[in-house]
Design a protein around this ligand. Structure first.
Ligand code: F6P
Length: 434
């Protein structure tokens, strides 16, 4: 390998354990560097461990950061800190062939300038396309570069891997929040709120909404209705269902995925055009901002059923909820980061680290085996809830779905606390340019 340095970059929205993978990348790369220094080989790999400021933005502009300013203790602290320590972005490599070629040529110059031989990119399905383009661009230019993807998304929509680090922790937060909301509403329903609408993220996939059903201990427990992108529901059917629930039990909890739609193709946020939420319909390039269904739905259900309705949108809280991270998820994030470095240093480029589930009777015995998937097989593809995970009326999930989800939220990877709040690395830390 001609390039001797390693570059880490993040892409897309953070997750509660994105920095756990980043920490694992830095730790494993430092170990490899120490080992190669100790073995006195002439080629010390990797000599420098760099990171791109705000992901692709920094890679384009040549703003590479020196990660060695983080002490080993800080790298450990990073593992339990939310966000994306070196920044991340929503930018992708240009689509138009000419613009793409120009952009990749510029990036290649940066990679050569910094003698980069390994790139570890942490991202979702769109970001895996960025990784793939880097891999192909370097191949065409004759620059030996090992690009390895680390899956990361709370949406759980990357194909061919059993799950994506980040999802298990967000799912745990969604399930715990649903459970807590249920207690709250049950307590006050007799004289106040009878309908509660909770909105979760997930883009075009309903995995997070499905995870809210993990809150249920007994049949009939909340959440009572789920609205997921994979199962459009008629507004009249929803109304009837919520009315029945309120009539029989006195209150109802509805969980809506930001990407869910009615049977006539509208987003729930568009249910009453005169009540369009302030969130609805904002666009930023290809990445349309979703969200805003809960306030509209709560208002609509409340007026129609003449009941008090409240709502909340979990929004970034579910991406940043590191204080409630799942131990299983945390470990998968660490494993993916470490393996990515090992694969890159061994020269295996153009791949993403995936996991395969090894099923077991006992929840705690379920485990995952890593494998390397060609980037070309995952880039830009979306994994949705399969039909067998949905109930016939589309407003709930099956036992098979819960069996898939439950192992992912096992265990608590609590961060240490200081003065009553989690002891995270400071947010927005600036790093010197390399
Ligand atoms: O990271 C994925 C995701 O959480 C989606 O579920 C959501 O639609 C999107 O990010 C929101 O991202 P942004 O921060 O760009 O608004």
């Amino acid at each position: 390998m001609s390039g001797r340095n390693l570059l880490y970059l993040a892409s897309g929205g953070p997750t509660p354990v994105l920095n756990a993978s980043a920490s694992a990348v830095l730790q494993r790369a430092r170990e490899a560097r120490a080992a190669s220094a100790a073995s006195r080989t002439q080629l010390q790999l990797p000599k420098r461990i760099l990171a791109a400021r705000d992901g692709l933005i920094g890679l384009r502009s040549g703003e590479l950061l020196d990660t060695d300013v983080l002490s080993d203790a800080e790298v450990l602290q990073l593992a339990h800190t939310p966000g994306a320590v070196f920044g991340t972005c929503r930018t992708m490599v240009a689509e138009a062939p000419r613009a793409r070629a120009r952009e990749l040529a510029g990036i290649l110059q940066v990679l050569r300038r910094y003698d980069i031989g390994s790139v570890i990119l942490s991202g979702g399905n769109g970001s895996m396309d960025t990784a793939l383009q880097l891999h192909r661009g370097a191949l065409e230019a004759g620059w030996p570069l090992a690009v390895v993807g680390v899956p990361k998304t709370i949406d759980n929509d990357i194909v061919l891997t059993d799950c994506s680090p980040g999802f298990g922790s967000a799912a745990k937060y969604v399930a715990a929040s649903t459970l807590e909301i249920a207690h709250e509403v049950a307590a006050i329903a007799n004289s106040s709120t009878r309908i509660y609408v909770l909105e979760v993220m997930g883009r075009h996939a309903g995995w997070l909404a499905a995870a809210s059903a993990l809150a249920r201990r007994e049949p009939g427990d909340a959440p009572h209705v789920l609205l997921m992108p994979e199962a459009p529901v008629a507004p009249a059917a929803l109304l009837q269902r919520v009315e029945r629930q309120v009539a029989s039990k006195g209150w109802a909890v509805v969980v809506v995925a930001e990407g869910a739609r009615t049977t006539d193709g509208r987003r729930w946020s568009e249910l009453r055009s005169e009540l369009r939420s302030e969130f609805a319909g904002r666009h930023r390039g290809k990445h349309q901002q979703l969200g805003g269904a809960a306030p509209v739905l709560a208002d609509w259900l409340g007026r129609r059923l003449k009941r008090k309705a409240r709502w909340s949108v979990l929004d970034y809280l579910q991406r940043a909820s590191r204080h409630l991270a799942s131990q299983v998820d945390f470990e998968l994030a660490i494993q993916a980061g470490r393996l990515a470095v090992e694969a890159a240093l061994a020269g295996h480029g153009g791949v993403m680290v995936g996991v395969r589930r090894v099923a077991a009777e006992q929840l705690q015995a379920v485990h995952w085996r890593p494998w390397l998937l060609p980037l070309a097989r995952v880039a830009n593809l979306e994994k949705h809830l399969p039909q067998r995970y949905l109930l016939a009326d589309g407003m709930g999930v099956s036992a098979a779905c819960l069996r898939y989800l439950r192992p992912l939220i096992q265990g608590e990877a609590y961060p240490p606390y200081r003065d009553g709040v989690p002891d995270y690395l400071p947010s927005g830390r600036q790093f010197p340019l390399a």
